[in-house]
Ligand binder design. Structure first.
Ligand code: SAM
Ligand code: GPP
Ligand code: MG
Length: 297
């Protein structure tokens, strides 16, 4: 399947040629937020190997590698280590997409600067279509794809993930990597369910508040204010998937796996001030870092 086969309209390939107006004032806020984002914790990590992520990390820290570093090399090694953990997170998401062939097309809903899209293409050889509200991010992702010579396979566009131009029932798999907290989950899963082939796979890695805690904690509220997002509860994910023909096949609590990333990041010069809220909410049980992989039935 080619990318033009997956799309139903003649949307230009360069995000800057045609930028649809945000559907709501909130979406305008989010587009502006990501158009202006340039935090060193994201750019310096991306510079390590050219994969630019806007998500967090999982896995054990290689303390031995950091211990061996002298003062001058420590910062560089720390940045490489945080980046390694963020790429490990994306690898785990890709592990749950199921068997993907070179002729398949994948959809990244809320693709950011495109790091996960590049990784997916490099692993499967397939096409990857991404959507973001930010023209800056789409241009950045498309520029990276050109630099890598994979622009025929990896493409980002400015588009609302709730209303995409992708053809019904053609995507082999789709995902949200830390981007579902910006939208209504029923609307989101209705759109994934529409674009996915029956038997296709949907995967999300997300932070959600834990219904067992009761209501969103002050830390969760702080994270919402920091990123202008609206974190959903774990229960909302399950209900909205069930209502949209997405049946969980795997639910993995990644909270213990992400804490080492946050504790390492909190010691670095790249802190942004949000580290305490993540660490405290993961530790008090009010917030969870989850992977959910669902079959489109
Ligand atoms: C935290 S970033 C995650 C980026 C990427 N998934 C990654 O892992 O690097 C959130 C992304 O969601 C996108 N986003 C938020 N609301 C959206 C919407 N309604 N439609 C499309 N993208 C949206 C933002 O533009 C941004 O690219
Ligand atoms: C798990 C949750 C609740 C995520 C909210 C979405 C978000 C902003 C993710 C990370 O983006 P980033 O990489 O730009 O953030 P930072 O600058 O903190 O690294
Ligand atoms: Mg980041």
């Amino acid at each position: 399947m080619t990318s033009t086969e997956l799309t139903t309209d003649a949307t230009p390939t360069n995000a800057s040629l045609f930028i649809p107006a945000p559907v709501t004032p909130y979406q305008g806020d989010i587009a502006r937020y990501w158009d202006h984002e340039a935090r060193p914790v994201n750019l310096r990590l991306g510079d390590v190997d050219g994969l630019y992520h806007h998500h967090y990390g999982i896995g054990d820290v290689d303390h031995a590698a950091l211990r061996d570093a002298d003062d001058s090399s420590y910062e560089k090694k720390l940045i490489a280590e945080l980046h390694r953990l963020e790429s490990a997170q994306a690898e785990l998401l890709l592990n749950h997409l199921g068997p993907i062939g070179r002729d398949d097309t994948l959809v990244d809903a809320g693709c950011g600067r495109g790091g996960s899209m590049v990784m997916a293409h490099q692993r499967f050889g397939c096409k990857v279509e991404g959507v973001t509200l930010s023209a800056k991010q789409a241009d950045f992702a498309n520029q990276r794809a050109r630099e890598l010579g994979i622009e025929d396979h990896v493409h980002a566009r400015v588009c609302d993930m709730l209303d995409t131009p992708f053809e019904t029932g053609r995507a082999a798999a789709s995902w949200n990597n830390e981007s579902s907290m910006y939208v209504d989950l029923h609307d989101l899963f209705a759109e994934h369910s529409r674009i996915l082939a029956v038997g296709g796979r949907y995967v999300t890695i997300t932070g959600c508040w834990n219904p067992r805690y009761g209501q969103p904690s002050k830390w969760v509220s702080q994270i919402n204010a920091h990123f202008e997002c609206n974190i959903h509860s774990r229960r909302e994910y399950m209900r909205a998937m069930a209502d949209n023909r997405l049946v969980p096949q795997a639910v993995i609590d990644l909270t213990p796996a992400t804490l080492p990333y946050w504790e390492l990041r909190a010691t670095s010069s790249l802190v942004t001030g949000i580290e305490e809220a993540f660490i405290n909410s993961y530790k008090d049980g009010s917030f969870q870092y989850l992977l959910i992989a669902s079959d489109r039935v």
